[in-house]
Design a protein around this ligand. Structure first.
Ligand SMILES: [Zn+2]
Ligand SMILES: [Zn+2]
Length: 398
């Protein structure tokens, strides 16, 4: 191996245990969206000590670390989300969550530890680093709230970021394997609420009321039709109503019914079509029952994650060289959403997945209180991330 490359692999090897210890520290101290104060302090402290330029308090609890390599090159962003979920961890481990009701059950503890360690490695080898790396520690991914204010705060503009990358750990993939997909990779998300307003009354005399519950039930059934008959068969869309809140007692016709649901798709046109038709459809059905429907889209909406072709190709080549071609695959898009999509709308880049599937048994899904990470995937994610950053930061002329 060339001397230059062995230097980087020594760095990776030497930081393996530290990477896992750091992930465990974040796992033990999880914090909810926009409350990541301790997490942000640890990030800022580590980046400071590594000699990066640190900007804290961005979009509340976001942190940015800037590293100028000694050699000329491009400016590339690496984004990591840092928040945890409102769950009580079921697994028992010495590093299990110390906070009942809060848990890193999506792997963001791993994302944060990888990004910090990546910054530390590149800083330690600053003399060999070409270009500028901008490490973006984003709060509040789980409520789709942190990316937009970070971008609005100018994190991609000063310095101007040319491309942006990041990874999400996944228990759907074998530990250390990499899934990278050009084009749509994760779905858009639109959370909606429909209030159906009727007129309440006595259950024995429905003819004197306008029953919002019956109207709501017909709206739920009918909404399936929008996906099956109005969206082109080649497109993918999900429209789920997950909650109906209605009524107090069996012999009272209530005044209102509230429905909550989510729309997921990969295409901006389909997304817009369903948003518009949901309002029209719910209104028309409600009117048939002499009720009224008011549709609202809540915060927590985000477009699909769409990876750029050239940048996805770069990630694929880097991953193949690091973990071997047998451990890299394209896979299928997932219906989950992530506000990394907004970074990828602002700049070309790629968001890829790295496996952390436990070696035994069926993995618990992300967002479950039994969620468990196979930490063997972390060094692979770090090594691929380092390779991607170095290649992406090479001067454009090369
Ligand atoms: Zn999540
Ligand atoms: Zn996540």
């Amino acid at each position: 191996m060339a001397r230059a490359e062995s230097v980087w692999s020594e760095e990776l090897e030497g930081r393996r245990e530290g990477l896992i210890a750091l992930r465990r520290d974040f796992h033990r101290h999880p914090e909810l969206s926009f409350q990541e104060c301790r997490t942000a302090e640890v990030i800022a402290d580590r980046l400071h000590r590594a000699g990066l330029e640190v900007r804290a308090g961005i979009a509340g609890t976001g942190v940015v670390g800037i590293l100028h390599g000694d050699r000329p090159g491009r400016t590339v962003g690496w984004r990591a989300d840092i928040d945890a979920l409102p769950l009580t961890e079921r697994l028992e481990a010495p590093f299990a969550s110390s906070r009942p009701g809060v848990m890193h059950a999506c792997g963001h503890d791993g994302h944060t530890a990888i990004a910090i360690t990546l910054a530390e490695i590149m800083s330690a080898r600053r003399g060999e680093v070409e270009g500028t790396a901008v490490f973006l520690f984003q709060p509040a991914e789980e409520i789709i709230g942190g990316a937009e204010p970070m971008i609005a705060a100018g994190v991609l503009d000063d310095p101007r970021v040319d491309e942006v990358y990041g990874l999400h750990l996944t228990t759907l993939t074998a530990a250390g394997h990499v899934q990278v997909r050009p084009g749509p990779s994760m779905a858009s998300c639109d959370a909606f609420e429909v209030d159906v307003i009727g007129r309440g009354g006595h259950g024995a005399m429905p003819h004197l009321s306008n029953d919002p519950m019956t109207a709501a039930a017909n709206i739920v059934l009918g909404l399936k039709h929008l996906v099956s008959h109005e969206v082109a068969a080649q497109e993918t869309a999900v429209l789920t109503v997950g909650q109906i809140v209605c009524g107090t007692k069996g012999n009272i016709i209530p005044e209102t019914a509230t429905m909550r649901g989510t729309i997921r798709t990969f295409d901006d046109g389909v997304r817009q079509q369903l948003r518009e038709r949901l309002a029209g459809y719910a209104g028309d059905i409600a009117r048939a029952y002499r009720a009224e429907a008011r549709v609202r889209f809540e915060s927590g909406s985000t477009p699909a994650v769409v990876n750029h072709a050239a940048q996805s190709d770069l990630v694929r080549r880097c991953a193949e060289s690091v973990v071997g071609a047998d451990a890299v695959y394209e896979g299928r898009p997932v219906m989950a959403s992530d506000d990394m999509s907004l970074f990828l709308r602002a700049r070309p880049g790629c968001y890829f997945r790295v496996g952390i599937r436990p070696s035994h048994g069926r993995p618990a899904p992300h967002h479950a209180p039994e969620f468990e990470m196979n930490e063997a995937g972390l060094p692979a994610g770090l090594a691929v991330g380092l390779s991607v950053m170095r290649r992406a930061m090479e001067p454009a002329s090369r």
